[in-house]
Design a protein around this ligand. Structure first.
Ligand code: FE2
Ligand code: FE2
Length: 259
């Protein structure tokens, strides 16, 4: 419901009129790329936060529903530890589950951010790079969900809220800042996620080797996503924006640890 309200509110934010053909998509395929490629390149002009038309809204809603309700399918096997996990005490199980719930929320947000940025961009090469990173984020989504279940726990109850907020940030960054600032946003996000995952390696129970193997592979992937964005021409974000992102991440991780 929160997501629907958010999507409707964005659709009402009409700054410039649009040609109905301009954002036409051929289908609402689960893979965003084929649909995005059907869109015509925009005319040169001043950058504005344009409203999403109904096709783009359908793509956004489709991605949101798949992230929040469908069973994520990983393209790579779940990372396995060199030694099996030890039997965890109840306190250790609860702490490990809370940390993996936070990580799962992070991956829900990653799906939303990349989807928002792909919909905001008109550059097919950039969309392909974002889609490639997004596929690895889907692996992370599936691995963290699987581990949460193995730990007999549940995902965050607020995932629709996290998704809506992250999508709004990704779409707005791409539309208002353009592709290079959007890429700068990827670099800063992935750098913060890497630091966050490093802290989890300190906090996860020593015997929970299964969660540790997943977090270690995720960390390696996030570093590569940041390097990809740098190579693609990312510009550094202003300090206050980085600070705001850290505050938002702190709120999310603190709440998701419990709810
Ligand atoms: Fe990730
Ligand atoms: Fe990433």
């Amino acid at each position: 419901m929160v997501l629907l309200i958010f999507l409707i509110s964005i659709n009402d934010f009409h700054v410039i009129p649009q040609n109905s053909d301009q954002e036409h998509t051929a289908s609402s395929s689960p893979d965003l790329l084929p649909a995005l490629r059907q869109r015509k390149r925009p005319e040169a002009g001043r950058r504005k936060l344009t409203a999403m038309n109904s096709d783009a809204l359908i793509l956004a809603a489709d991605s949101a529903l798949r992230t929040l309700l469908a069973e994520p399918r990983a393209s790579r096997p779940t990372p396995t530890p060199a030694t099996p996990s030890a039997t965890l005490s109840e306190d250790e199980r609860r702490e490990a589950a809370a940390l993996m719930r936070v990580n799962h929320v992070g991956e829900v947000c990653a799906q939303a951010l990349y989807t928002g940025q792909m919909l905001a961009s008109r550059d097919p090469a950039l969309q392909a790079k974002l889609a490639e990173a997004s596929r690895e984020e889907t692996d992370h989504l599936a691995w963290t969900l699987e581990r949460l279940r193995d730990l007999n726990d549940r995902p965050s109850l607020l995932n629709p809220l996290w998704y809506a907020g992250a999508f709004a940030i990704g779409y707005t960054a791409g539309k208002l800042g353009g592709d290079r600032l959007s890429l700068g946003f990827v670099v800063e996000t992935e750098n913060q996620v890497e630091a966050h995952l490093n802290s989890h390696m300190d906090r996860l129970p020593a015997g929970d080797t299964a969660s540790r193997a997943i977090v270690a592979q995720m960390k390696d992937d996030e570093v590569q996503h940041a390097r990809m964005a740098e190579r693609a021409g990312a510009v550094p974000l202003p300090g206050p924006i980085k600070g705001l992102m850290k505050v938002a991440a702190k709120v999310m991780t603190t709440v998701a640890h419990r709810i």
